[in-house]
Design a protein around this ligand. Structure first.
Ligand code: SER
Length: 621
């Protein structure tokens, strides 16, 4: 089965089980100050998992584009990607373990035809100290399904050493079978949600079990041992807890959050031993073979890094919410991806100028008919990539020469690493990798110190956004979100109806708001917008939410820049009373209930964002 067919079959299957299929949310999260990228399908759904009503119902499914910067160093083990698609289905307080596990089994064994004998599963062992029981329910459901398939599924409690041949279902502790965005229970901040999970693994076969670089080569094998034999293909999380100051409390509703990587499902269904040979990558892998005259099978690592990073960069650059390479936040990550790919191009001896950007249309081709915006944007994306490529190619060779001069030392100082960054554009990991090849270490903290001194690392990045974390629905961000609606309405009154929202980003300190407008705003216009918004705040207007079909919402004149995200039924937030109608927008929320709570609105900056797009920053005092 081709990957596109697997994706479609999954969405169709869950639609038949009563799920509403949603489009993928943007890779760049909106209104979520805690993280730079969407890294799981559940991330945009956090408010709904916590109990807010979702306009599309209680059963949802989608294929979510995900990016995990934290996995950048995992790329190269044949199964990890920074960018991937996660097939997901959710029960928002509706069905639970029985349906989830049975449907998943049916999808894996009947729809995509995986052999039950090659499936292994894990469940949560339980932990008294956090008050969560051993998951005998999930264990029993799995055991019955295996039995029906004619297998005798022995259950084992994982402990080392283990004899794999005896087990099919394994109990593990919270280090393996607990999921939250921050990880194990003790890593979760107060307010975060999570729960025990149950993972499914696909046996790639004992003959190819030991990845050559694996530190597990000579150790006994079990599903979670990472030796390369077992591939995790899906994870059902039973999100039923919220972390509180004194432990865990049950959520208002028991949810299911399933996620399965499309690339890995394709790898299993296509019976391959690495994701880069699936049809989601192979045309690119082959193109790099042609460009370099080398063979993937002979030296996989550089190919995997190039192909992974290229695809991630193309998706991030083409995202409807848009980001360009820069030294800040998401822009900095995309720049690092491009540069690292170029460096590995050199390792493979690729000579051709602008070779990386020339591969952009191929990425579009792989995703034809599923993410067509990649194709529509291909020429712009290609140009941005080419400009980056040109810029870095000019300094890469000189930087490498400069690096080779560092040889007599054992440790590359923070200053030297920073010079390589500043003069030759070497991101830290390039320097670290080059150093490792020569057996040198790098003073990474020293580098970061220099970096901070030069204020290249943004405050948000320094605040830990790269790590991911809980969506912050704190009071201030909710207020700023409501202020964003008022801002759009006021801009349209002052500047004209051509003004549309082009993006927004909220931190606990300020609102950043991008909008279409051809010229700089005058000080008078800025003042008028502030006065309008503050007038609405003073009038203490109620904020009301109504659910309706997208067509009805459009008919009432609701603004809806990101409307397509919510499927058929949408939420419309109106701000106003019988006399004043300030704003009406399609939006997922959350919002405050009365504008009087907002304080004083002030625009602190107005500047150009890109051609035809202005950006303002505003605060509430
Ligand atoms: N949120 C879980 C994960 O990312 C399952 O969707 O693995």
């Amino acid at each position: 089965m081709r990957a596109q067919e697997i994706r479609q079959a999954y969405l169709d299957f869950f639609q038949r089980q009563g799920h509403t299929v949603l489009p993928s949310a943007s890779l760049l999260p909106e209104n979520d100050p805690s993280t730079l990228f969407t890294s799981s399908g559940m991330q945009p759904l956090v408010p709904y998992l916590m109990g807010e009503k979702h306009p599309a119902g209680v059963r949802l499914a989608n294929s979510q584009l995900c990016f995990r910067a934290g996995d950048i160093n995992e790329v190269g083990d044949s199964r990890h990607n920074t960018f991937f698609e996660m097939l997901g289905n959710w029960s928002l307080g509706d069905y639970f373990k029985k349906e989830q596990i049975s449907w998943l089994w049916q999808f894996l064994t009947e729809i995509i035809g995986l052999d039950p004998r090659r499936l292994y599963v894990t469940v949560f062992r339980g932990n008294e100290s956090i008050g969560v029981e051993r998951d005998e329910t999930a264990r029993e459901i799995w055991q019955e399904l295996f039995r029906q398939a004619g297998l005798a599924p022995k259950v084992l409690d994982y402990s080392s050493p283990i004899n794999l041949d005896e087990g099919r279902i394994f109990f593990y502790g919270e280090e393996k079978n607990w999921w939250s965005r921050s990880g194990a229970p003790d890593k979760m901040p107060v307010g975060e949600i999570g729960g025990p999970d149950s993972e499914v693994f696909y046996d790639l076969g004992a003959d190819r079990k030991k990845h050559e670089n694996s530190r597990w080569r000579d150790k006994p094998c079990h599903p979670n041992c990472d030796c390369g034999r077992f591939l995790e293909i899906g994870n059902s999380v039973f999100i039923e807890f919220i972390k509180t100051a004194d432990g865990f409390a049950p959520l208002r509703q028991k949810n299911v959050d399933f996620g399965g990587g499309l690339e890995r499902l394709a790898m299993a269904a296509q019976d391959l031993d690495n994701v880069f040979a699936t049809d989601l990558f192979w045309p690119l892998t082959q193109a790099v073979e042609d460009l370099s005259g080398r063979k993937y099978q002979e030296n996989r690592l550089p190919f995997e890094i190039i192909v992974d990073h290229l695809k991630a960069a193309v998706f991030i650059l083409s995202d409807p919410l848009g980001v360009k390479p820069s030294n800040l936040d998401q822009g900095y990550i995309v720049r690092r991806l491009i540069r690292r790919a170029l460096r590995y191009g050199r390792v493979l001896g690729i000579q051709k100028k602008l070779w990386l950007s020339s591969l952009t249309p191929l990425v579009g081709k792989i995703y034809e008919n599923s993410y067509d915006y990649i194709n529509q944007q291909a020429s712009d994306t290609g140009q941005i990539l080419a400009a980056e490529e040109e810029k870095f190619s000019r300094t890469l060779a000189r930087g490498l020469t400069e690096f080779s001069k560092l040889s007599g030392t054992e440790r590359v100082s923070g200053q030297a690493a920073f010079n390589l960054f500043q003069s030759y554009g070497f991101p830290l990991e390039i320097t670290t990798e080059l150093a490792a090849e020569k057996g040198l270490s790098v003073d990474e903290e020293g580098f970061r110190q220099k970096f901070r001194e030069h204020q290249l690392l943004s405050r948000s990045a320094a605040a830990g956004k790269f790590k991911g974390g809980l969506a912050d629905h704190s009071e201030m961000t909710t207020k700023l979100h409501t202020a964003a609606h008022l801002t759009l309405a006021a801009l349209r009154q002052v500047l004209g109806q051509h003004v549309l929202q082009k993006g927004s980003n909220i931190t606990t300190e300020r609102l950043r708001f991008d909008f279409s407008h051809p010229e700089k705003m005058s000080p008078e216009q800025i003042k008028q917008v502030e006065d309008l918004v503050n007038g609405w705040i003073k009038a203490d207007l109620p904020v009301k939410c109504e659910e309706m079909t997208l067509e009805n919402a459009r008919a009432t004149g609701a603004m809806g820049v990101f409307a397509s995200r919510y499927g058929d039924k949408v939420k419309v937030y109106s701000i106003g009373n019988e006399i004043i109608s300030a704003s009406k927008e399609i939006c997922g929320g959350p919002h405050i209930v009365q504008t009087g709570q907002l304080g004083v609105f002030k625009i602190i900056k107005e500047e150009s964002s890109s051609a035809g797009i202005r950006r303002l920053k505003a605060v509430l005092n």
